[in-house]
Design a protein around this ligand. Structure first.
Ligand SMILES: Cc1cc2nc3c(=O)[nH]c(=O)nc-3n(C[C@H](O)[C@H](O)[C@H](O)COP(=O)(O)OP(=O)(O)OC[C@H]3O[C@@H](n4cnc5c(N)ncnc54)[C@H](O)[C@@H]3O)c2cc1C
Length: 476
């Protein structure tokens, strides 16, 4: 297969493959835009997973609550329909969380992730929902000796914390029974893990919100949110007054004071292959389990129900400050190429090429956990910082933001997701310049490791800078 040419010549830039598939099945009708003035209890700006889950959780807790969602386009057309569809909580994040939060808060975060996973399962498997939910665990694979060492570290930490039942080490012989790639040396199977068709999930959540009585206004970009009592949310042709406002605008929240210094803009680029179910059967990759290698800028991947592989590269460009609309976060041939190369390396026998490729921004916090809060002196709430891990975490968002709105002190609002001190990144332009240098160096070192070459000395020195400076992020 010639992936390189396919990436150049056959790219769907505007929509992801998921969005095209969902539109071809369910259509693309939209709700009417906002016109005139209405009053509600809660106005949610942004109808992705965050906004939709918040509306659904609020309606469940208080069925009489009047809720409106406004979206600039069609609900779900942002990151929620452009991701890899790998769904898991935080058991696999313990090595990152532990040094920052200690044992109790780290395990607590993982436990809340499990509650979110249960809720997602219940939603996705309800009768009549065809969202391609497959729950077969989440597999991390080592593709270099350095990554094998990381597996050992995962196991040591899980044992020390007494949570080793959450994972199973798979030597190469056993790994081959699940996915026989010539590049995989060893595996670690987390029992909590699923895959989903993200755009179909977005359609289903949007429909569930409408069925629950949530008002949805689409093609209604919000121009201003005026703080007050009540707050006022304004579009070009209408306005909503609301006691509470939720800013569920994904990277759009990066301009907010509490978000700006603790979050930085990266980007991620998936490619989708042609269908080749026979080959996937031949290499024992017969169920749509999600996988990722153990690079810092991972290759994340999963098969689909119809026998394709989505391969994503989390190594896209950074952007300065809150410039989330920048073109390079959506179109970067080098990042798409890295994803396509990963597909070719891991699955060399796959027929056909890449049929779709897209890119989108990712907002990464300094500790890789999302954060939900309320602006000072205002009933305006926000969520941010999913760090490329939002399908499960947006359910946590729905719970946390609902509790903030209802002034409830509970397991959500007292958790690290709402109550923690977040480390700040350096100010711009140092964050962008330094971050780009370190990212490039890490990509070069990890490419060398994967190819069995020595790491370039200068790149190795630069990639170690965050650790030398005592930072806990950007470290390998
Ligand atoms: C390429 C990629 C791969 C990923 N892979 C995975 C994965 O495999 N697993 C995983 O768990 N997570 C993954 N993620 C992360 C996940 O997709 C996100 O964290 C999650 O979708 C965030 O949901 P959201 O509702 O906050 O954002 P969005 O879905 O982007 O929703 C925000 C909404 O706000 C609307 N909006 C913005 N501004 C305005 C305005 N002014 N007025 C009105 N509406 C507005 C937008 O139109 C949009 O619909 C990935 C992300 C990307 C980009």
């Amino acid at each position: 297969m010639n992936l390189l040419d396919a990436v150049r010549s056959n790219i769907e830039q505007e929509f992801s493959w998921w969005q095209r598939d969902a539109r071809s099945v369910f259509g693309s009708n939209t709700q009417l835009p906002l016109s005139g003035t209405i009053d509600v209890d809660v106005a949610i700006v942004g109808g992705g997973f965050t906004g939709l889950w918040t509306a659904l959780v609020l309606k469940e807790r208080q069925p009489q609550m009047r809720i409106a969602i406004l979206d600039a386009y069609r609900c779900g057309d942002g990151a929620s329909s452009r991701n890899g569809g790998n769904v898991h909580g935080y058991w696999g994040a313990l090595p990152t969380l532990l040094p920052i939060f200690g044992t109790d808060k780290s395990i607590d975060a993982a436990r809340l992730g499990t509650l979110a996973q249960i809720r997602l399962r219940e939603f996705a498997t309800a009768p009549g929902r065809d969202v391609w939910w497959v729950e077969e665990g989440y597999l991390r694979v080592a593709t270099s000796p350095a990554q094998v060492q990381k597996i050992q570290e995962f196991i040591r930490i899980a044992r020390d914390l007494g949570v080793d039942s959450t994972l199973t080490r798979l030597p190469q012989t056993e790994l081959r029974n699940l996915c026989n790639s010539p590049r995989f040396l060893e595996g670690l199977l987390f029992s909590e893990g699923a895959t989903v068709h993200p755009a179909r999930l977005a359609y289903a959540l949007r429909q569930a919100a409408l069925d629950a009585g949530v008002q949805i206004f689409e093609n209604s970009p919000v121009k201003h949110v005026r703080k007050g009592s009540p707050n006022k949310v304004e579009t070009a042709h209408g306005a909503i007054t609301a006691r509470d406002v939720v800013l569920a605008t994904y990277t759009g929240t990066m301009g907010l004071g509490p978000v700006a210094r603790t979050t930085t803009l990266f980007s991620s680029f998936p490619v989708m292959s042609e269908a080749d179910p026979e080959y996937l059967e031949k290499i024992n990759y017969s169920v749509a389990r999600g996988l990722a290698d153990l690079r810092m800028f991972t290759h994340y991947f999963r098969r689909t129900k119809d026998g394709r592989i989505l391969m994503g590269s989390g190594s896209g460009p950074l952007e300065l400050g809150s410039a989330h609309n920048s073109e390079k976060l959506r179109r970067d041939p080098a990042s798409a190429q890295r994803a396509a190369t990963g597909l070719q390396r891991f699955f060399p026998g796959m027929r056909g090429g890449v049929v779709a490729s897209w890119g989108y921004p990712i907002e990464v916090t300094s500790d890789r956990l999302p954060y939900f809060g309320t602006l000072a002196d205002a009933r305006i709430h926000y969520g941010s910082g999913y760090s490329g891990h939002g399908v499960n975490a947006t359910v946590i968002a729905g719970e946390c933001i609902s509790s903030l709105i209802l002034n409830q002190k509970d397991q959500w609002t007292t958790s690290a997701f709402c109550a923690r001190t977040r480390m700040t990144f350096p100010i711009e332009p140092f964050r962008f310049v330094g971050g780009t240098m370190v990212r490039d160096a890490i990509v070069r070192c990890e490419d060398a490791e994967d190819a069995g070459r020595r790491q370039p000395l200068i790149a190795q020195a630069i990639s170690n800078l965050p650790r030398v400076m005592g930072m806990r992020v950007g470290t390998r």
